[in-house]
Design a protein around this ligand. Structure first.
Ligand code: SF4
Length: 126
């Protein structure tokens, strides 16, 4: 059985309720190439009561690992699609993923609005 990325943290820092979500696609090929499969340094998830400066430093270190990971794009999309609420995935923090998702939702709404407007113009012209 394949292990998900940063699996060493499943016991230590990952809230139990999110483990099944991570395991849902553990057979996905990208997991096998994850650079963070052994996250002995505990970079990807916050310990409880982590001070802000320590969190920022840890997240930057995690992002440096992600930057050299061959499956960063796949990992990032996984985290966005789940969505994964905690930790650094694909070089993005949870807060950064929320921004990306908000932008995507806004873009989708604008595209739907444009499609409705175009359909309305075509109906009026026809
Ligand atoms: S991109 Fe980062 S979080 Fe994702 S698998 Fe690679 S090292 Fe792990």
């Amino acid at each position: 059985m394949l292990q998900p990325p940063h699996s060493s943290l499943k016991v230590a820092a990952v809230p139990a309720q999110r483990v099944p979500a991570r395991d849902r696609d553990q057979d996905a090929p990208w997991h096998t190439e994850a650079v963070c499969r052994r996250d002995e340094a505990g970079l990807f998830f916050a310990p409880s009561k982590e001070p802000t400066a320590a969190r920022l430093s840890r997240e930057e270190a995690a992002k440096r690992v992600c930057a050299r990971c061959p499956v960063m794009v796949e990992c990032r999309e996984h985290a966005l699609l789940q969505p994964e609420p905690y930790g650094v995935w694909g070089g993005l923090t949870a807060a950064e993923r929320r921004v990306v998702l908000a932008r995507r939702r806004r873009r989708d709404m604008e595209l739907k609005k444009a499609a409705r407007t175009t359909a309305g113009h075509i109906a009026q012209a026809g």
